[in-house]
Write a protein of this length. Structure first.
Length: 363
């Protein structure tokens, strides 16, 4: 029996690609899955030969400059036309829009061709592409119903499914806490899919100050390739135990080593951290669209899942915050207690049930 097709249309950033990849891995069991994105997004997935990948030309939906806005409109129109042709020859049973501007033309083409589509939002404020698509989509799946930016007339379309993360992450054992030395802070530094330059520039000096004051630390730091040598030389010189690495699909290996994470506040990474039960300090990217990373971090801090620090306060406050984590074990215990009350173990069950219902609807 021929499997039905599902198309996953996703944006080009890590925050869009990683949930799309997690969803594809799950849906591949029962459907033929196609993933569309722009060149940025597909670059993350180039080593996954089992995936059916299609490049979609794309452009941001809105520009401040009038000339650039006209160019964007032309590119988007061209992209929609290409998507219509592609969908006519590869008509899926349903399209799953993951947000990001490269998902927009695919979903618009689906609407024109009357192909059912749903959208997914894992941030705490709806993204621009998804907001444009709200009137047209069958449903919007969300990680949390606290999502902002949904007009009242579309609330009935909202369905909470949870964070779309890999099954390996959901099932990752908590045994690492027994293996790690509780008297040493194994700090994992994550800068998002691009690796934050400011972390590489400012955090090493803070780690040196911590070590100089008697805090036992080991650093696992994600950085850009051009930062490898500088960071390695610094940690060698200061005799700080360390490992530097660049973007990797094997982030689970680092999760198993860490008992504290310093990270940007993208919804994907925060969702992973509360599922693998690692306390974190979230430092939102101040230039994120609609300040969505700050909203994510505030939400998670209020829930007790982690700590929030603004980027401008790194130099003045991060040392004291980490030192408090090291000296006051109750801080970590309280965070872990809250995290253990949360799980996305039913995420794929929830998604599969909803997809099956939509595919089998008569209209």
């Amino acid at each position: 029996m021929t499997k039905q097709k599902i198309l996953i249309a996703t944006g080009g950033t890590g925050g869009h690609i990683f949930p799309a990849y997690s969803l594809a891995c799950n849906l591949n069991k029962n459907y033929n899955v196609i993933i569309t994105s722009d060149k940025r997004g597909l670059n993350y997935l180039k080593n996954h030969e089992n995936l059916n990948l299609v490049a979609i030309p794309s452009s941001p939906l809105l520009r401040k400059n009038i000339f650039k806005s006209i160019i964007s409109l032309i590119l988007i129109t061209f992209s929609i036309t290409r998507c219509i042709i592609f969908l006519l020859f590869n008509r899926p049973s349903i399209i799953f829009g993951m947000g990001g501007y490269s998902s927009f033309p695919v979903c618009i083409a689906a609407w024109i061709l009357r192909i059912k589509f749903v959208i997914y939002e894992n941030n705490l404020i709806i993204g621009k592409a998804n907001k444009f698509l709200l009137p047209l989509t069958k449903k919007i799946f969300v990680s949390n119903k606290s999502l902002e930016g949904i007009p009242e007339k579309y609330i009935s379309k909202v369905f909470q499914v949870g964070n779309l993360i890999r099954e390996e992450i959901i099932s990752l054992s908590n045994a690492r806490y027994q293996k790690n030395d509780p008297n040493t802070l194994n700090i994992l530094v994550l800068g998002g899919s691009q690796a934050a330059k400011i972390f590489a520039n400012e955090l090493p000096q803070i780690f040196k100050k911590l070590q100089d004051t008697g805090v036992s630390i080991k650093i696992f730091q994600q950085c850009q390739k051009e930062q490898n040598e500088k960071l390695s030389n610094f940690y060698e010189k200061t005799k700080i135990k360390y490992e530097v690495f660049n973007f990797t699909d094997n982030i689970i290996d680092y999760y198993s080593k860490a008992n504290l994470v310093i990270t940007r506040a993208g919804a994907s990474v925060l969702g992973e951290l509360i599922n693998v039960k690692i306390p974190f300090i979230a430092i939102p990217l101040p230039t994120s669209a609609d300040n969505h990373q700050h909203k994510n971090a505030v939400f998670y801090e209020k829930k007790g899942y982690g700590m929030l620090l603004k980027e401008k306060d790194i130099k003045d406050q991060l040392f004291h915050l980490i030192n408090n984590v090291y000296t006051d074990k109750s801080l970590v215990k309280n965070i872990l207690s809250k995290q253990r009350q949360y799980s996305d173990k039913d995420i794929f069950k929830n998604v599969n049930i909803q997809i099956d219902k939509i595919i089998n609807e008569k209209n």
